[in-house]
Design a protein around this ligand. Structure first.
Ligand code: PLP
Length: 398
């Protein structure tokens, strides 16, 4: 199958741009210009050279020997954790900052939950000398004090959001309000494949470098495509990036792992595909967790990057047509996955990534399988959670 946005930004029945009238001119400008800008040869050249020299691409496709032996197949780790700022998010922020410059924007805003997208945005704004304002819930600012400090050191202004639950969805509302008030000089950098058209399509294109490299690296090493690509899914950008160039390759099995929190039916999860219903969230029609009367339900996951009640419209579509299989991993399974990757391969993954690692042990493979796992980020930011979870046992048990 092909995955292409319709002219109005739909993937099947999902997507579109449901924005308040006041936001319409900004969104319209982006819709009209993003393809022309990102297909321009000088843009492409500047994007590729920053990905290489600033972010550190290409990232290795590492053959994990111990995991390969354990699972009886080839396990290949796509090392997005080695990128500058520690996760795949920098791919998208570099793309969007270059686009903002070409649109003549002189001010950048972003929202952030755990702070990873905020840090990636503050980083590229510092690089380009563009003022940056990051909206962040007051609760998240307390939980992620280190990332707040990083953003401030990078010169960004972090604005505390005290409305609602004082977390990501409230920060998103505040950023939208800012964009409405500053339509001419400001670009809003959304951090995942969510939001109104063209954001899901645009972010997927910027992240597609992940699967372009996987394809090339797998061809070089094995003269074949991978048999599986597995990635964790929050909003869905690292997964879309990892799947992008394989969507039209029916032999490649694509698996997205979402966060089941305390369990899919525990009432405390972020299992959007398993539990979500069709509706409009943050500017697009997609699947999200809703109460009986259609209100957005609070999500729960041990990993802040997966703690989101919705999912990008491409994923809602890929699920509906059956091209991608979506599965779930709980908080406890993710913790165990993180420990496995640390102990077996010497890589401490982000808690988000650990959900994808956890799913490996629920699958069975053939010796000829080549299984790519997208390591979306590194675990430095999660050491507090790991120490709390493993406590004194961290050093002596296996
Ligand atoms: C933000 C984040 C995610 C989740 O976002 P996606 O858009 O679903 O990729 C996953 N892993 C890491 C390391 C992150 O920082």
């Amino acid at each position: 199958m092909k995955l292409e946005a319709s002219p109005t930004g739909f993937f099947g029945e999902f997507g579109g741009a449901y924005v308040p009238e006041m936001l319409y001119p900004n969104v319209k400008e982006l819709q009209e210009r993003y393809l022309e800008i990102i297909h321009d040869a000088t843009f492409e050249c500047e994007f590729q050279s920053l990905l290489r020299d600033f972010a550190g691409r290409p990232t290795p496709l590492f053959r994990a020997a111990t995991l390969s032996r354990l699972h009886g197949c080839e396990i290949l780790l796509k090392r997005e954790d080695l990128l500058h700022t520690g996760a795949h998010k920098i791919n998208n922020t570099i793309g969007q900052i270059l686009l903002a410059k070409r649109l003549g924007k002189t001010r950048i805003i972003a929202e952030t939950g755990a702070g990873q997208h905020g840090v990636a945005t503050a980083t590229v704004c510092a690089l380009m000398g563009i003022p940056c304002i990051v909206y962040m819930g007051e609760v998240d600012m307390q939980r992620q004090a280190l990332n707040v400090g990083r953003m401030r050191l990078l010169g960004a202004e972090v604005r505390s959001v005290t409305s609602g639950s004082k977390t990501l969805k409230d920060a998103t509302n505040e950023a939208m309000r800012d964009w409405i008030a500053n339509p001419h000089d400001t670009h809003y950098i959304i951090g995942s494949v969510v939001g109104p058209h063209p954001f899901p399509d645009m972010v997927a294109r910027f992240q597609s470098v992940i699967s372009a490299e996987i394809k090339e690296q797998c061809q070089a090493a094995y003269a074949s495509l991978p048999t599986h690509v597995i990635a964790c899914v929050g909003g869905g950008s690292n997964a879309m990036g990892g799947f992008f160039h394989f969507i039209e390759e029916p032999s490649v099995e694509l698996i997205g792992v979402e966060a089941a929190g305390c369990g899919v039916s525990s009432g405390r999860s972020a299992a959007t595909i398993a539990l979500g219903r069709n509706g409009i969230l943050h500017g697009s029609r997609t699947l999200f967790m809703q109460t009986a009367d259609g209100q957005v339900e609070e999500a729960h996951s041990i990993s802040a990057g997966l703690d989101y009640p919705g999912i990008g419209p491409q994923h809602a579509h890929l699920h509906t047509v059956g091209r991608v299989t979506y599965v779930q991993a709980t908080d406890a399974e993710a913790l165990s996955g993180a420990k496995t990757l640390a102990r077996r391969e010497g890589i401490i993954p982000a808690l988000e990534t650990a959900h994808a690692v956890a799913h490996l042990s629920k699958m069975s493979f053939k010796p000829t399988d080549k299984v790519v796992l997208v390591v979306s980020g590194r675990g430095d930011k999660d050491m507090g959670t790991y120490l709390e979870a493993f406590g004194g046992r961290i050093s002596d048990d296996n």
